[in-house]
Design a protein. Sequence first.
Length: 229
Amino acid sequence: PAPLAVSSANPAYFRFRGRTVALITSAEHYGGLINLDFNYTRYFDALRANGFTLTQAFAGSYVEPDSDCNPNGTNPAGNTLSPANGSFIAPWQRTAQPGGSLGGGKFDLTKYDEQYFVRLQDFVSAAGARGIVVQVALFCGYDATHEFIWDNNPMNPANNINALAGVNRTTVYTLRAGGEMLRIQLEMARRVAAALKPHDNAMLEVVFTTDGTGSDWARKIVGAVKQAD
């Protein structure tokens, strides 16, 4: 089938599986893909039963602490984007070196977790079988303004073995983070885009909120997505 596209008749709508549609959702705070405890097939069944046609998910470069977006922890048990220790899966492979965010070893940003991509494919397929479009956010700028969120990011040098100088919460989504960080981000974007390419019900969001992001950086990420798809 033809992939999801903006309707040529009215750009306020989408063209999906031969129909012009409005994409409507009630999101569960975006953690359905990266939280291994989340039963996404049950969730998609609920969306379909209620007439919703969209879900939003973060790709794994962004994860929230137990305290959600409030350091005082007003909703620590109700945020799927804050997986329990040991239940956070990201595109990158964990190593045997302890100290990675939310349980498990530190990440190696040059290697990829095949189980993550298996889950990504199944996540999008399960949604598609129920007529639901998936919007995947590659990155999120909240890290730039929330130190306690950046503490959990796999790209934070404290959570990986790659020892990249110049990477911090104010530079990570800019070209100031350095060439190696950019290469890692471009490869991650290409791999996620390539995994989604066979599916007609997926679209990519380059960055969810643009806090602390550089437009020149974003254009390079867009270029990587176009290269993959």
